[in-house]
Write a protein that binds this ligand. Sequence first.
Ligand code: NAD
Length: 250
Amino acid sequence: MDLSNRVAIVTGSGRGIGRAIALKLAEVGATVVVNDIGEASPVDSVAEEIKATGGQSLAVLADVSKSQDVARLVETTVSTFGKVDILVNNAGITRDQLIMRMSDEEWDKVLSVNLRSVFLCTRAVVRHMIRQRWGRIISIASIVGLVGNPGQANYAAAKAGIIGFTRTIAKEVAARGITANAIAPGFIDTEMTQRLEEDWKQQLKKQIPLGYLGSPGDVAEAVAFLASEEARYITGQVLSVDGGMAGAWL
Ligand SMILES: NC(=O)c1ccc[n+]([C@@H]2O[C@H](COP(=O)([O-])OP(=O)(O)OC[C@H]3O[C@@H](n4cnc5c(N)ncnc54)[C@H](O)[C@@H]3O)[C@@H](O)[C@H]2O)c1
């Protein structure tokens, strides 16, 4: 895999899976725009890490659920590096609650950060990709969007939405040399899952055929492949990176 001369934006890449994706894309030669929203996820240090290994990178703080921030993120990328070839829609949050108790705010916030952001970022990059007749849009969905999970109606709806969106965009832009795919990670060891209670984690672990949690790097490898020239004939797909977990239900 060689992504030299490719420019990538990875949303929510100040930590966790996004950070691993940013580092992996840089490792195989891409210039990477590291995006995140706040101080808890230090974009500057990820960008510095990439530069320290000889790569090109830029940190851009932006809330990807907001139209103006997304416009600034994409414009900064294009004015700094001349183009955008790869978009990885990774930013995501959870606000878990059983449906009876779920507030309007918990619903709206999760749909906004996890799904509206994918629409805003994709719309903003597609016009640049169409002009150059090459592009890769890779969105991080979830196993929860495929099989559901109690307490996560908002998150499941957003992640299932990403899958429908991806299948549609793939058809809309296929003739322009752009592919769109989703990745459905299972249970990955990040700060998002470290918050779960220990006995719930043990229960979940029993449902993973491979018997262990995935690492952010496992997701990053799949993203790098889908971003590569080698994956040119793959579009509109959902790739599970879950240790066999979804197969138990689907
Ligand atoms: N960890 C898992 O087991 C798992 C499983 C399936 C899917 N996912 C998905 O993978 C993605 C990454 O998850 P993670 O586990 O690394 O989570 P994480 O919480 O460690 O990282 C998410 C990052 O997104 C950033 N972010 C949140 N809102 C943002 C916004 N509005 N604009 C820009 N950045 C924003 C956060 O600051 C954070 O740095 C998410 O979309 C998540 O839903 C994770």
